[in-house]
Design a protein. Structure first.
Lengths: 247, 100
């Protein structure tokens, strides 16, 4: 039973917005474990590059996309090369186009004043948790499948934790040392693997995933930076476009 | 405390990132997709997720690779929180045992 199944079972007894918000909180709590060490590391790295304790939350609060922030900090100079940083940010975050497109059928019916703020909070984790929940609810025959209060409950803790713990990282800086050594690196794959299990519909449907995995892994070995996400995702999509065999 | 060039760079990042966030929705909001495009959209979330964690599958740290195998097995049978705890704990213990 995955977290969204549990959350769904709990959600059926609570119809109110407060209940949906708490259901989202519960679904996102385990994933929060995974982002705190990354946030601390990013803050500490940013401080090393000369960003102040005020500038770090400005970046993580307005941009709120960890992968691109790690990449930008690696490239940071004084003064920063703005075009380069914007271009790298775009490349790393181009996966958001796919994520937004996958979410579009579930949020079409919502008013734009809800959709545009909701999309601001869309990160890998909130998107995955929100989409997995919408798909479960759709399969269970619930309409509308997408629950905005659930999504907010899942997304808001990420935002607050990301901004708060990157700021902590910037303030604590070198005192922390290497938080990666404690095994938290496995929290991310653990979360994503459970989410993938929830999306599993059989080996045939998972064929594009295998293509993505192999291409992304190989790309990460031979190319520096975050190109492997784009390379892996795109080759998986090409595999999905071309069916395995004619019946 | 706050440098104007840094603020400009941050604003550029924030603007670009928000465009990527709303782009997929704005473009696909009012379109009906064909069967192939639907297949692509159904595969897309899994493709993105597995691509993000793909480097962990070719990690140069044997302790992390062993922990990943344990985590994959855990993910096929357990819910989110136990899987995360098992993943983090096995990586911590194996790194300590194997000196990774």
């Amino acid at each position: 039973m995955s977290v969204s199944e549990i959350a769904l079972a709990e959600g059926q007894s609570t119809d109110g917005r407060g209940g949906e918000f708490r259901r989202g909180l519960a679904a996102s709590t385990p994933v929060l474990l995974g982002i705190i060490p990354y946030a601390l590391v990013l803050g500490a790295q940013a401080a090393q590059k000369g960003l102040s304790v005020a500038e770090v939350p400005l970046m993580t609060g307005l941009n709120f996309a960890g992968g691109s922030e790690f990449a930008a900090i690696q490239l940071w100079t004084s003064p920063p090369h703005i075009l380069l940083i914007a271009a790298i940010t775009f490349l790393v975050n181009s996966r958001h186009f796919l994520m937004g497109a996958a979410l579009a059928p579930f949020i079409n019916h919502l008013p734009k004043r809800q959709v545009f703020p909701a999309l601001f909070l869309m990160c890998d984790e909130s998107w995955a948790v929100g989409l997995a929940d919408a798909r479960r609810r759709a399969d269970a025959g619930m309409r509308p499948a997408f629950s905005p209060a659930f999504y907010l409950g899942a997304a808001l803790p990420f935002y607050l934790a990301w901004v708060a713990f990157t700021t902590c990282g910037a303030a604590l800086g070198p005192v922390l040392g290497d938080v990666e050594t404690y095994g938290f690196a496995l929290a991310f794959p653990a979360v994503f693997l459970v989410l993938l299990r929830g999306m599993w519909t059989g080996f045939a449907a998972a064929r594009p995933w295998l293509v993505s995995l192999v291409v992304a892994a190989l790309t990460s070995l031979v190319m520096p930076g975050a190109w492997y996400v784009a390379a892996g995702a795109l080759s998986g999509l090409v595999a999905a476009w071309f069916p395995a065999g004619e019946r | 405390m706050i440098d104007p060039m840094t603020v400009l760079a941050i604003l550029a990042m924030a603007g670009v990132t928000y465009l990527t966030r709303i782009g997929g929705y704005v473009v696909l909001r009012n379109r009906a997709l064909g069967p192939r495009a639907t297949a692509v959209m159904e595969a897309a979330p899994g493709c993105v997720l597995i691509s993000v964690i793909a480097p962990d599958f070719v990690s140069k740290n044997p302790a992390d690779l062993a922990a990943l195998v344990i985590t994959v097995i855990a993910a096929t049978r357990l819910s989110m929180l136990p899987t995360v705890v098992i993943g983090v704990a096995s990586a911590g213990v194996l790194r300590w045992l194997m000196g990774g």
